[in-house]
Design a protein around this ligand. Structure first.
Ligand code: GLU
Length: 480
């Protein structure tokens, strides 16, 4: 069996930048290795997990183009792929550990465990549980009480306290010193496993070969390594990716104003730009290339080029990169993506947009150089929609210039075809012989007449896109 990796989000909110990067690294590694990428939903936190979040996560991943070979919606023979649907398996493994004396039941209420922890701390001891102190809760009376109320005991793991070590594919040798933790919960009294327990069982039965995840999970890895040992299962390879830091050097979080993948999507980020930027958060191309398509990323990705130092999140770079992709995107595709931004801004309705799709292609093409996010598009397109009154003081019209505009009006009126080539020819024809007219004056005043502004898209685009009727009307106002 080849490489098998997984992305295992907890469906408790939108997909954030850090999660998206983890998913991407797993995906790229799998594709590079000709392996399998599994999506597993870790929904054991009953209070915080929601179906809506699961759907939102899936939606964001699909939008990014991160697709999975196995997951809740694609059976690959190792399902189910939602932890909430695997509870029997966790129970079964718990029984096995109890039989092997590597786990034990404790008839305890959660508050009591908290109290015990506080007591240990107040006595200056480490807040580590052990079997001796926990089994004191298992009085006859307590066991009766649980049985009568239909409650289950909590199951604890017998942690073998010693030094553990892994050879991390990114961090190298990682040593977990003795005495770091005590016995820990495997199964809660509601029959729901803890993350560490479910994760090990699933990674094992899903034949995961490489666990690629954020290094904030390192302390969990110690628990997981101890579980693999107790269960006698072969460990996967671990690759812990360093955290993403905000510009202030602190772990990236909502405080930095960085939004979810969905947030970027709604501001008009292109999936290709997001993917490109995320890939460079901790990984670099062997030749230092910065603009990379998904295909190029797949071919060139390797774990040994993932840095063991934290990556710094630079929103301006992401924005710049998005601008780069906007400028270089297939215009038809870009126009389709832009539709919702334009319709939502009220410039036109959906039907109008569809009817004038080709016109919109041209219009978007004429302004895309000046934007980094598609949400800026409607403002730029206003030049074609509003009928601005120019301020006459901004105009500098000599009698000669008015005469040329009058000639231009005539020539444009006679134009049989309305395309940029034709318009350019008319310009040439009109200006021929008018050596004294400054071209700069001619074009700038014309721009102001047509748009009311001194800057904007190319004049040729403006004339073509405003259309014959509106251009003639504006020119007539001047020359009459
Ligand atoms: N559900 C965990 C998380 O979202 C998965 C961690 C892991 O990849 O093992 O952080």
């Amino acid at each position: 069996m080849g490489v098998r990796v997984r992305f295992a989000p907890s469906p408790t909110g939108y997909l954030h930048v850090g999660g998206a990067r983890t998913a991407l690294f797993n995906f790229l590694f799998a594709k590079n290795q000709g392996g399998t990428f599994v999506l597993r939903i870790e929904d054991t936190d009953l209070e915080r997990s929601t179906k809506e979040s699961e759907m939102a996560l899936i939606d964001s991943l699909k939008w990014l183009g991160i697709t999975w070979d196995e997951g809740p919606d694609v059976d690959g023979g190792y399902g189910p792929y939602r932890q909430s649907e695997r509870l029997n398996l966790y129970r079964e493994i718990t029984e096995q550990l109890i039989k092997k004396d590597r786990a034990y039941e404790v008839y305890v209420h959660p508050e009591e465990l908290e109290e015990l922890r506080e007591k240990l701390q107040s006595e200056g001891r480490l807040p580590h549980y052990n079997r001796e102190m926990l089994e004191k809760f298992n009085t006859k009376k307590r066991i009766e009480e649980f049985k009568n109320n239909g409650k289950n005991p909590v199951v604890f793991f017998v942690f073998n306290d010693k030094e553990y070590e892994i050879n991390d594919l990114i961090k190298g040798k990682v040593t977990f010193r003795k005495g770091a933790i005590g016995d820990f919960v495997l199964l809660r009294s509601n029959g729901i496993p803890t993350y560490n327990f479910a994760c090990v069982i699933d990674d094992h039965f899903m034949h995961i070969t490489h666990v690629i995840r954020g290094d904030d999970h390192l302390s969990n890895t110690l628990r997981q390594v101890a579980l693999y040992e107790a269960l006698g299962w072969e460990m996967p390879n671990f690759a812990h990716v360093s955290m993403i830091l905000g510009p202030d050097g602190k772990k990236l979080s909502k405080r930095h104003g960085v939004s979810s993948v969905e947030g970027y999507r709604s501001k008009g980020y292109l999936p290709e730009a997001m993917i490109n930027y995320l890939a460079l958060l901790g990984w670099s191309h062997p030749e230092g290339k910065e603009i990379l398509s998904l295909e190029e990323l797949i071919t060139s990705f390797s774990l040994d080029r993932v840095s063991s130092n934290p990556a710094i999140y630079d929103e301006n770079k992401l924005k710049w990169m998005n601008g780069y992709y906007i400028r270089n995107y297939d215009i038809e595709k870009l126009t389709r993506i832009s539709k919702k931004f334009i319709v939502n801004s009220g410039l036109c309705d959906e039907e109008e947009f569809d009817d004038k799709f080709e016109w919109f292609e041209e219009a978007i093409n004429s302004v895309r150089n000046g934007i980094d996010e598609l949400i800026e598009l409607p403002e730029k397109l206003k030049v074609y929609f509003e009928n601005p009154k120019f301020i006459s003081t901004e105009l500098n019209l000599s009698p000669e210039l008015i005469e040329v505009y009058s000639k231009l009006l005539d020539n444009l009126e006679k134009a049989e075809r309305w395309n940029k080539n034709e318009i350019l020819n008319i310009f040439r024809k009109t200006l021929k012989g008018h050596k004294k007219i400054s071209r700069k004056d001619f074009y700038m005043n014309l721009r102001i007449i047509l748009t009311g502004k001194t800057e904007g898209p190319e004049l040729l685009d403006i004339i073509y896109l405003l259309g014959k009727e509106r251009v003639l009307a504006k020119l007539s106002d001047i020359v009459k």
